[in-house]
Write a protein that binds this ligand. Structure first.
Ligand code: ZN
Length: 182
């Protein structure tokens, strides 16, 4: 059963700081099936990323896959499905920009969140090789959203004006047309 149920807002595991992955974990069957389950679940559910706590595993692992031209924020380059283990985010420029975020753990909702737009991420890949990646713009937001899950945080925690927390159909009807004009 590789496709897992995605935990929803209110499940206590989504609020727990996930456990660090240690080197001995990488070569285990458990680790391999966690990666498989994350991939299968992301493909089934759709979306940009998924973190292990969202499928009930308290482990600092997340996957992200970007399809080119996926969002209304335009300029996105494709990024093949990538595994991030024990990621650490360093803010290179604290200037923020806001985007309407959504989350598989908060189905049917959208919320406007501002985050720093220039970050550096250090992480281990699925083979335990240490890597860094620098991100700007919407991608910086995507990565911070996913890695927040490893610290028991959800995007709703960052919504400053609750009037900008809306249902998806209402987002499409009332919010999106204004964004497209801007
Ligand atoms: Zn999420």
């Amino acid at each position: 059963m590789p496709v897992k149920e995605v935990l929803r807002l209110g499940h206590p595991l989504l609020r727990k700081v996930a456990d660090e992955v240690v080197l001995e974990n990488f070569d285990t069957l458990e680790f391999a099936s966690l990666i498989d389950d994350l991939k299968d679940t992301l493909v089934e559910q759709g979306g940009i990323g998924l973190a292990a706590p969202q499928i009930g595993i308290s482990s600092r692992v997340a996957i992200i896959e970007i399809e080119a031209g996926l969002t209304r924020y335009g300029e996105l380059e494709a990024m093949p499905l990538t595994v991030f283990v024990n990621p650490q985010v360093k803010v290179l420029n604290p200037d923020t920009a806001g985007y309407w975020e959504g989350c598989l753990s908060v189905p049917g909702m959208r919320g406007f969140v501002e985050r720093p737009q220039h970050i550096m991420v250090s992480y281990l890949d699925a083979e335990a090789v240490s890597r860094t990646i620098e991100l700007t713009g919407f991608l910086a937001t995507v990565f911070q959203h996913e890695f927040d899950h490893l610290d028991g945080k959800l995007y709703v925690d960052h919504i400053r004006d609750m009037r900008q927390f809306v249902y998806e159909p209402e987002f499409d009807r009332f919010v999106a047309p204004q964004l497209d004009q801007g």
